[in-house]
Design a protein. Structure first.
Length: 319
């Protein structure tokens, strides 16, 4: 009976919350996402292309580049961050995810199933293609580069692939492939550590996060994470890596200073609450109202309005 009572309260609360969201939509230019969630723009917005899959900022923070990789025409866009202005856009025959700046006015983009990396320069606020780094013959030869990262000290470019499961190391001085390292499955993203001694790699095709040593030229650690790991971000001090796992909607936290350094996986509800708390702490944003608040309201109502019960339920044993 207690469980039934809680579910009734929860449903009523979420229905009320849904009504609030619907009425709020009438006063905002909200965008419905494929998963049923909606986004309401904050500040100014710029129109992008079909399936903007990745972005990168120039080292001096002046420019933002976007790669659009949908089923219509693929493109690269150039944005001036100080003016919040779209400066240029160029079509690219094929593209998939990878972007990395190698200087303030020069970057590489993944050419997807063309099996090459396209080099662009920013000249007079326009995108100018300069050359390509060819990894192999075009499709149906299966390579397809995805993530990219850059070793500044050695002037070396790294890319991972999703079709032949390989890490490529390319010397930008002579534009030649130095080495190829086999990976256990399809890769998604790679990123350089702050020390430039490691390349971090998410293996989308397996539940793995790899650490590649750029000096030893070998994989020195393989860490089990959630299902379909894709993008990740690194803390400013370089110690922790947060990995988004697409299939089980979790985030894995890696301590790079420890061998097999998985700290924990944050489950979806916990992850959403932490993100809500982050938004709430930002002076430029209003307090968020997500379904997490609905869960907390329901639990508090179940316990006769006790303010100490305004927390996420830990399970039916609590009721």
């Amino acid at each position: 009976m207690k469980a039934t009572k809680f579910l009734i309260v929860l449903v009523c609360t979420l229905l009320s919350f849904g009504s609030f969201c619907q009425s709020a939509k009438q006063f905002s230019k909200s965008i419905m996402l494929p998963n049923g969630w909606s986004l309401s723009p904050y500040g100014q917005s710029l129109e992008l292309g079909d399936l903007p899959l990745n972005m990168a900022t120039s080292p001096d923070q002046k420019y933002l580049i976007v790669t659009n990789n949908g089923q219509s025409k693929n493109s690269i866009q150039l944005i001036d961050l100080s003016k919040n202005q779209l400066l240029d856009a160029v079509e690219i025959d094929k593209a998939w995810y990878g972007l990395v700046f190698v200087s303030n006015n020069s970057f590489y983009a993944s050419g997807g199933n063309n099996n090459w990396l396209v080099h662009y320069q920013i000249i007079n606020e326009h995108l100018v293609p300069k050359d390509t780094l060819i990894l192999g013959a075009k499709w149906p030869n299966r390579i397809s580069p995805t993530g990219l990262c850059y070793h500044k000290k050695n002037n070396t470019l790294y890319t991972v692939t999703k079709d032949n499961n390989t890490l490529y190391e390319i010397n930008l001085k002579d534009k030649k492939i130095n080495s190829k390292i086999n990976l256990p499955a399809e890769a998604y993203m790679c990123a350089m550590s702050a020390s430039e001694k490691e390349v971090y790699i998410s293996i989308w095709g397996k539940r793995l996060f790899l650490i590649y040593n750029t000096e030893k030229k070998q994989i020195t650690d393989s860490i089990l994470v959630g299902a379909h790991p894709n993008e990740f971000c690194i803390t400013k001090n370089g110690r922790y890596v947060f990995i988004a796992n697409g299939e089980d909607n979790s985030v894995s936290v890696i301590d790079t200073k420890k061998k097999k350094g998985l700290q924990r996986s944050m489950q979806p509800i916990e992850k959403i609450e932490e993100f809500s708390n982050y938004i709430d702490s930002n002076v430029y944003t209003a307090k968020p109202l997500s379904f997490i608040e609905g869960l907390k309201f329901s639990k508090q109502a179940y316990f006769d309005g006790d303010s100490n019960s305004y927390t996420i339920p830990n399970g039916m044993a609590e009721m």
